[in-house]
Design a protein around this ligand. Structure first.
Ligand SMILES: Cc1cc2nc3c(=O)[nH]c(=O)nc-3n(C[C@H](O)[C@H](O)[C@H](O)COP(=O)(O)OP(=O)(O)OC[C@H]3O[C@@H](n4cnc5c(N)ncnc54)[C@H](O)[C@@H]3O)c2cc1C
Ligand SMILES: Cc1cc2nc3c(=O)[nH]c(=O)nc-3n(C[C@H](O)[C@H](O)[C@H](O)COP(=O)(O)O)c2cc1C
Length: 477
């Protein structure tokens, strides 16, 4: 589209120049060199030279856009991932490992660190791409989607495989991967095999990915993910007794004796249900606690029954019984590389306090104090599930500010995004001071509302940059 527009523009300029020239040469006196003053000749020469320079700049830019400066075909395979909650990164890392084991040189990186020039210089690429919202990219790939997919590139030399992660429960199943693939093929890239769509974590699709990669990997399998380990329920209590909302349970699990699994604040526990289905939960504790704490809501299904995952963890499993569980590193919600002196704005509602609690625990252990928590629920008296702990941290100076939004305690329902907007000047000040924003909890309603509030404060582009720079991290569901 950009191409055809610029072509039309150039044709118009040439037509206008020709029309001006013929008017100048043929008007009134007929065909002869115009008898004009020297100053007008100088002006004419300056204009022509400027226009020629403009054309050269435009040509140079076009060449940069459509042809990489250097095409180094050293056989390196690009493996790029777009992830929100870590699954795409986990699979991309395994894909890269399987390819490396077969002797290939691999360039593994987030899609956010891929640009048109990288794609143009690449011969073979494997993409592992998740979808969010309404067919949208994960947060960190928003800028890639806007800038790279919004332009043209010459990708006639690129061949690629695409593993699309999604959930058929959403209207735009694998929507972002589809958009990305359509763009790649429009730019001339060729798929090595048909796009593989993964519904949740369907193993048949992952086996198909293994099969697609076989010419490159030999027999190394990608889909053999870390196995589940038997964790035992050691404690469970209703976290919100008396709440008008659905019951939430604080569930504690301990690893098999002699094992000391490691993880970081921000990571996710994947719980295996008896029929093999999996559910994800934000971990609310640290390895130094020696246990995994989860905060599980007894969400109801549309048929009125309690959801399978919630029932398994909050009721079926007796204290002392075990469940298959594995931990997934969620790099996008970890705080790797963030100094304890960096201020943190933590925003969440409901069970979202789980992921924020793990971060607060880690930061308190590191002696950090610059924390501002926004937490939303219904009633302060029964829904502030970790309220005592938060109070203690605040008294000890570890929580500089808490802004609660207990929506049913106020005459008008107030939610965390409203609190963020009420405090917009102070929030802007914290952000100007380099604060990192962590959001955990409901995607629809809370996280969307907070996203809109932050955009209203810093602007769309700045928030997009914050996501790419790791200053806006979300664990939302
Ligand atoms: C990153 C992340 C963190 C989360 N953290 C928490 C938390 O801290 N606390 C909390 O209470 N909830 C959390 N959830 C939600 C949780 O994973 C469950 O969705 C929730 O407990 C409801 O599941 P259910 O089985 O009880 O309900 P169900 O109604 O049985 O299932 C709910 C949803 O699970 C998905 N699902 C259905 N079938 C399958 C399947 N075969 N395989 C995989 N998924 C399927 C579908 O999206 C379905 O709508 C989190 C979700 C994500 C993605
Ligand atoms: C809040 C939320 C929104 C989602 N939206 C979509 C969607 O619109 N289309 C889709 O196919 N999958 C959607 N999914 C499913 C994810 O793409 C899928 O779980 C994927 O495996 C996540 O990969 P990741 O861990 O790499 O982010 C959504 C998941 C969540 C938690």
């Amino acid at each position: 589209m950009n191409d055809s527009r610029s072509r039309v523009g150039n044709v118009l300029v040439v037509v206008v120049l020709l029309a001006m020239a013929s008017w100048w040469l043929f008007a009134e006196e007929g065909l002869r060199w115009p008898d004009v003053a020297g100053s007008r000749w100088t002006l004419f020469v300056v204009v022509v030279v400027l226009y020629a320079a403009l054309c050269l700049v435009a040509i140079a830019r076009t060449r940069r856009m459509t042809r990489p400066a250097t095409v180094v075909d050293d056989g390196t395979i690009l493996v790029a991932f777009a992830t929100q909650t870590g699954f795409a990164e986990e699979l991309a890392t395994r894909t890269a490992a399987a390819l490396r084991a077969a002797g290939h040189r691999i360039d593994l990186r987030p899609l956010a660190q891929v640009d048109a020039a990288t794609l143009m210089a690449t011969r073979v690429a494997f993409f592992v791409v998740a979808t969010y919202g309404e067919g949208e990219p994960p947060d960190t790939s928003r800028r890639f989607a806007r800038e790279v997919l919004g332009a043209v590139a010459s990708l006639g030399d690129l061949r690629f495989g695409m593993l699309a992660l999604g959930d058929r429960g959403y209207e735009h199943f694998c929507g972002f991967a589809r958009t990305f693939e359509a763009w790649l093929t429009k730019q001339g890239a060729d798929p090595l095999f048909a796009r593989i769509d993964v519904d949740k974590s369907a193993s048949a699709a992952l086996a198909a990915w293994d099969a697609g990669l076989l010419p490159w990997t030999g027999d190394a399998a990608v889909q053999t993910l870390p196995s589940f380990v038997w964790w035992t329920v050691s404690e469970r209590r209703r976290a919100n007794p008396g709440s008008i909302g659905e019951p939430a349970f604080h569930v504690t699990l301990v690893p098999p004796q002699g094992e000391a699994p490691s993880w970081e604040a921000g990571d996710i526990a994947i719980v295996q249900l008896p029929d093999g289905q999996r559910r994800e939960y934000s971990i609310a504790s640290l390895p130094t606690d020696g246990r995994i704490d989860l905060l599980v809501r007894q969400a109801h299904r549309s048929d009125g029954g309690i959801g399978f995952g919630a029932r398994w963890l909050t009721s079926t499993l007796a204290i002392g019984a075990s469940t298959g569980l594995r931990i997934r590193a969620n790099q996008g919600f970890r705080l790797a590389g963030i100094a304890p002196s960096t201020p943190l704005i933590l925003i969440g509602n409901g069970t979202g306090i789980a992921g924020l609690r793990a971060h607060l625990k880690a930061r308190v252990a590191a002696g950090a104090t610059r924390h501002w928590l926004f937490f939303g629920e219904r009633h302060a008296a029964v829904d502030n599930v970790y309220g005592d702990e938060l109070d203690a941290w605040q008294r000890a100076g570890f929580l500089e500010r808490i802004s609660y939004a207990f929506s049913r305690d106020t005459p008008r329902r107030v939610h965390v995004q409203d609190r963020v907007l009420e405090q917009r000047d102070a929030v802007a000040e914290w952000l100007a001071f380099g604060a990192v924003v962590l959001v955990c909890g409901n995607a629809a309603g809370m996280a969307d509302g907070v996203d809109a509030a932050l955009k209203a404060i810093v602007g769309d582009a700045a928030l997009e940059d914050m996501a790419v720079d790791g200053r806006y991290r979300r664990d939302v569901y």
